[in-house]
Design a protein around this ligand. Structure first.
Ligand SMILES: Nc1ncnc2c1ncn2[C@@H]1O[C@H](COP(=O)(O)OP(=O)(O)O)[C@@H](O)[C@H]1O
Ligand SMILES: O=c1[nH]cc([C@@H]2O[C@H](COP(=O)(O)O)[C@@H](O)[C@H]2O)c(=O)[nH]1
Length: 297
């Protein structure tokens, strides 16, 4: 029996290896700093924030049956997440992400999500084998889905009966993978969470502000969108209208994971019954607290 959860997080759960230096960095820099290893991956970041807001996420991902994988699953369990829904692979290693951040922001990052990609549809088994749902009774709750899955699998999910009854919340994994979300614009299914750059990539243009980007995504077929723009106004749009709000001004101490925190806080606010404007305000407040927080937590 699977322990009850109130949201499924589908996508990448991996180890983040983050190097941080107080110096301004450029290509070829070799400077003293701190290197930390933390649970990461977009689905995990969202799940961790949801857990902090009192929700119980179940994870649908691929994790290797290796020592790094065991440690990662234990870290998920320690945070109260449901892990029996995870696909553990005997032959695929646990995925990793590596980033370098200097005083001038993110210098570069590499995401190695090859095992998740290779596992493909195997991670979705609990949605049709009766653990969470089956063909006759599709899953009808919240799903947070990340764009680390292959375009092929995301395309299937955008039209699949497996997710037809679900309240689907979709986030790109990075600007480089933003276009993988285009099936959800085409099918007009789900709520998309993107930053301004990702909105531009999805519309093959660039936008000056979040409200314009939200309107363009809706016009192309998206059912509902949230567009963030760092410290500038964020927007939320549905078929009826686009609303905006301004993030609180804070001193930024970390940037990795701001978008994921925004999304999780927004979902949690709505799960508690917040209306559109209130949920947007709460998400901006939570993201501001996060970006101005202790980078080592
Ligand atoms: N400089 C900042 N000041 C205040 N809030 C910020 C700042 N940068 C990011 N945030 C918060 O994090 C959210 C997401 O940041 P953004 O940079 O748009 O996304 P991503 O992390 O996906 O690139 C913003 O909407 C805002 O709430
Ligand atoms: O292709 C990917 N890039 C980045 C991430 C994850 O996203 C976070 C960094 O996101 P951002 O740069 O938006 O802060 C990290 O936790 C990392 O593991 C991911 O899953 N896949």
């Amino acid at each position: 029996m699977t322990k009850p959860s109130d949201i499924l997080c589908i996508g990448s759960v991996l180890w983040d290896v983050i190097g941080r230096a107080p110096a301004v960095m450029r290509q070829g820099s070799d400077v003293p700093g701190r290197i930390t290893r933390l649970p990461g991956g977009v689905a995990m970041n969202i799940a961790m924030t949801l857990a902090r807001f009192g929700m119980t996420p179940a994870l649908l991902t691929a994790i290797g049956r290796d020592a790094e994988g065991d440690e990662l699953v234990a870290a998920c369990e320690a945070r109260g997440m449901v892990t029996s829904t995870i696909y553990r692979s005997d032959d695929l290693p646990t995925d990793r992400y590596m980033a370098v951040e200097g005083a001038n922001g993110l210098i570069a990052a590499i995401a190695d999500a090859h095992s998740l990609e290779a596992a493909g549809e195997k991670i979705l088994k609990p949605l049709h084998n009766g653990d969470l749902a089956d063909g006759a009774n599709p899953y009808g709750g919240l799903i947070a889905l990340d764009g680390n899955l292959t375009l092929d699998l995301l395309s299937k999910l955008a039209t699949s009966p497996l997710t037809e009854q679900a309240d689907l919340r979709v986030a790109p994994a990075s600007p480089g993978k933003a276009e993988r979300l285009s099936p959800f614009i085409k099918s007009g299914r789900g709520t998309l969470y993107v930053n301004l750059e990702e909105a531009g990539l999805l519309c093959q243009t660039s936008f000056e502000d979040a409200a314009t980007a939200a309107a363009a995504l809706l016009q192309r077929g998206a059912a509902r969108v949230l567009v963030t723009n760092g410290g500038e106004d964020a927007a939320e749009g549905t078929a009826s209208n686009v609303i905006c709000a301004t993030p609180p001004q804070v001193l930024v101490t970390r940037i990795t994971g701001a978008g994921d925190t925004f999304m999780a806080a927004h979902i949690a606010a709505e799960a508690r019954g917040a209306g559109r404007a209130d949920a947007l305000e709460q998400a901006l407040k939570a993201a501001a607290i996060y970006v101005s927080g202790d980078p080592d937590t």
